[in-house]
Design a protein around this ligand. Structure first.
Ligand code: ZN
Length: 475
């Protein structure tokens, strides 16, 4: 029997306006090779200058990942020759990264698992290569060269493909909460490579690992790791040697394909970057970074369960992004039962957003207006059923719930004498259902309630109706 050992290397683009060592813009989607200058192109004689905002975001990320941060660190040159790098080296950090010894907690099957983070370091991005479909040419776009990145290296603490996905989801949420990065995998602002090896259960030393690249979604990471786990297990069962290599995930076959043998660190001839001074930060700078870290997803989840009495599931759905969590928070504060707010947001609001291009940030109904609608159910003005149609009308007309209810005469009828008169009529017209109720068939009352709703165009207060019907039938 074998156990799986997985470590992840995640690159996150820092959300700065300009590149890490020059003033070129970082905006995604510009025409190729328009955001370039002599510094990021590595012309002779130019000197890089560190973008303070990149350092600040990198530091915040390291702190949010519970790392010990260095007040004094340095940049190093990672030398390699490839067409995506105009300088033929990448400025990175080797032995003195800005952060080390952090962790992310994930929840697997109701249990918290702590995944260690080895290091967080700053570096610059490389260019983007694309290849002609005819196979006769390759193109390079240098707009991405010099965009600030952090690389987040996990400890080999991850044991399954599912844990890898959970770790990535939590990492992404933390980065988004801290406004370090938008983490759009489709735009490459979050990229993940995985190392995976197998070893016999009980064995201490690690087996030979392979590295998987080119996984463009969390689902691909999960599929790629599952494939690789099975491939290695089958090889070990056949007593074959695993080759240390880099493999590419292939989307069309959901499998991995060998790319090249894996480089070791010494292949890159790292040495201290001579064109940049050491990075030395003040206590004040660190305090400012720390102060900018908001309540993180795990803390928010715990608070939603504790303070609002939400089930774990609701809390994790509602904290998936910071704007969603804030929307819920603002709604829940204004209503009697936070679980009702949770149901509306998880059901009606998220359901609606799924069918449109809107996000919670551009959603047409503010948390305050949603809370008002829920309040009208809670104080008995309208039924939940009517509220659903008011909600739709709010989206269509942009009007407030109160105005729509007034305009359409939707106020719930809770007046007993009015309802009693209608109930009498319903009872006379439905002798069969009345008999069933008398005979103890509880379900039959539902059909009578339904008739009442029909008579009142859905405006009768269901609780009051239930009570009156029972009274009239059973005395
Ligand atoms: Zn530049």
């Amino acid at each position: 029997m074998y156990e799986t050992v997985i470590g992840l290397e995640v690159h996150v683009e820092l959300g700065t306006k300009t590149k890490i060592f020059c003033g070129c813009e970082t905006e995604f989607g510009a025409p190729p090779n328009t955001h370039v200058c002599p510094v990021c192109m590595g012309s002779p004689g130019v000197l890089p200058v560190l973008n303070e905002q990149a350092l600040r975001l990198g530091m915040k990320a390291a702190m949010a990942l519970h790392c010990e941060v260095r007040k004094d660190s340095k940049f190093d040159r990672k030398n390699y020759f490839y067409p995506d790098s105009p300088k033929a080296y990448q400025i990175s950090q080797y032995d003195e990264p800005i952060g080390e010894h952090g962790y992310i907690d994930i929840e697997v099957g109701g249990q918290v698992r702590r995944i260690g983070i080895t290091r967080v370091h700053l570096e610059e991005d490389a260019g983007k290569l694309s290849h002609s479909v005819f196979g006769d040419a390759s193109y390079v776009d240098f707009n991405r060269v010099g965009i600030p990145l952090i690389e987040i290296v996990s400890e080999p603490d991850i044991q399954t493909a599912e844990e890898a996905r959970l770790y990535l989801e939590e990492l992404k949420a933390i980065m988004q909460y801290c406004a370090v990065s938008e983490c759009k995998m489709e735009e490459g602002s979050l990229r993940c490579d995985a190392n995976i090896s197998l070893r016999p259960i009980g064995q201490k030393e690690l087996g030979t690992k392979t590295e998987i690249k080119n996984m463009n979604s969390f689902r691909h990471v999960e599929r790629g790791l599952l494939f690789e786990q099975e491939r290695q297990e089958a090889m070990l069962h056949r007593n074959e040697m695993i080759v240390q290599e880099t493999r590419r995930f292939d989307e069309s076959t959901m499998s991995t394909i060998s790319m090249r043998s894996k480089e070791d660190a010494h292949d890159y001839r790292y040495f201290a970057e001579p064109d940049l001074p050491r990075i030395v930060v003040s206590d004040r700078f660190l305090a400012e970074c720390l102060a900018e870290i908001p309540e993180l997803p795990a803390q928010k989840r715990a608070r939603f369960v504790q303070d609002y009495g939400l089930p774990d599931y609701d809390a994790s759905v509602l904290t998936a992004t910071r704007p969603l969590a804030e929307f819920f928070d603002e709604t829940a504060k204004r209503v009697k039962d936070p679980k009702v707010a949770s149901n509306w947001i998880m059901g009606d609001v998220l359901g609606y957003l799924k069918t449109t291009d809107a996000t919670i940030e551009t959603f047409a109904i503010s948390s305050m207006r949603l809370a008002e609608l829920i309040g009208l159910i809670e104080n008995g003005t309208i039924s939940t059923k009517i509220a659903k149609s008011v909600f739709k009308d709010m989206l269509e007309t942009g009007k407030d719930a109160k105005i729509l209810i007034e305009e359409q005469g939707l106020v719930q009828i809770s007046d007993e004498s009015a309802l009693r008169a209608i109930a009498q009529k319903v009872i006379e017209n439905n002798p069969k259902s009345v008999q069933d109720v008398v005979a103890g068939k509880d379900k039959a009352i539902g059909s009578l309630v339904g008739q009442m709703m029909k008579e009142t165009k859905g405006k009768a207060n269901p609780q009051v109706v239930n009570q009156i019907l029972k009274e009239l039938i059973t005395g």
